[in-house]
Each structure stands twice: as C-alpha cells, then as structure tokens.
Design a protein around this ligand. Structure first.
Ligand SMILES: [Cu+2]
Length: 141
C-alpha cells in the first residue's frame, strides 16, 4: 500500500474503446449538493423524488454525444455512476461507468447516447443515493 496512487487522469483509453473526437451535442451540468448535517444530498439542489421518479430527467437525444459535468459543491467525495453506458473521462481518459469527484472539483465525462431508455445517474455511496443524490438520464430511440 505504499506504491504510487493512480488517478483516472493518469490513464488513457485503449485505441479500440476511445471515443472518436466530437463536439458534444449537449451538456448537462450536474452539481452535487447537500451536506452531512442536514443529510440533504441531491443533484442541482433537487433530491430525487422516489414518488415521481420520472420527473425532471436530464434529457438527451438518441445518437448525441453528451457531456456530463459533475461539479462537486460539497465537502465530501462522491463516486458518480451512470447506468447503461460507459463514459470517457476528459478528452482521452479511460472509459468508466463510475468516477470519483473530489470536494470542490469538477469532472467532465462524455458518452454517446446509443442505448435509449431511462437510466439512473447517482452517487454510488448508497447512503447518499438513497438520500436523494440521484437523477435520471432519459431518451427515446
Ligand atoms: Cu455521495
């Protein structure tokens, strides 16, 4: 455990899986909000509504290159996960489906919308997700 700690930004996608260069068709800025005291974890200040889960989706279009900007406004780190896709971290970083966003930092992730449906994006700390740090990415074929 005394070796060098590798960050995602130290990695590069293999040629076979690197996303071809493309300007994003759409960007969703997703602020990670809330705190430990109130335990009001949310995305963009809005906790996920379990009673109305399809409300307020992050809409994308089929076939689009989509950019997610995870902006961490909290004092904790959050492993942000997207279902149904893998995203590329940064311009040529690794393909992943979960990325750690450190406090006060922003991580930019691009993916191709090639799997229509309604997909959760959420903090993979299940306590945070259950408290409301979840959202829906949605599009039709
Ligand atoms: Cu979290």
């Amino acid at each position: 455990m005394d070796g060098r700690i590798l960050a995602a930004t130290d990695l590069r996608a293999a040629d076979e899986v690197r996303l071809p260069g493309r300007t994003p068709d759409r960007t969703h800025r997703i602020e990670l909000t809330g705190g430990m005291a109130a335990y009001d974890w949310a995305l963009n200040g809005r906790p996920f509504d379990m009673a109305d889960p399809a409300a307020h989706p992050f809409l994308v279009g089929d076939g689009e290159r989509v950019r997610l900007e995870f902006v961490n406004r909290t004092d904790m780190w959050h492993p942000m996960h997207l279902h149904g896709h893998t995203f590329q971290v940064g311009a040529d970083g690794p393909r992943k489906d979960t990325v750690i966003v450190l406090p006060g930092r922003t991580v930019v992730c691009d993916f191709d919308a090639d799997n229509p449906g309604r997909w959760m994006t959420h903090c993979h700390n299940a306590y945070h997700g259950e408290a409301g740090m979840m959202g829906l990415v949605a599009y039709r074929a």
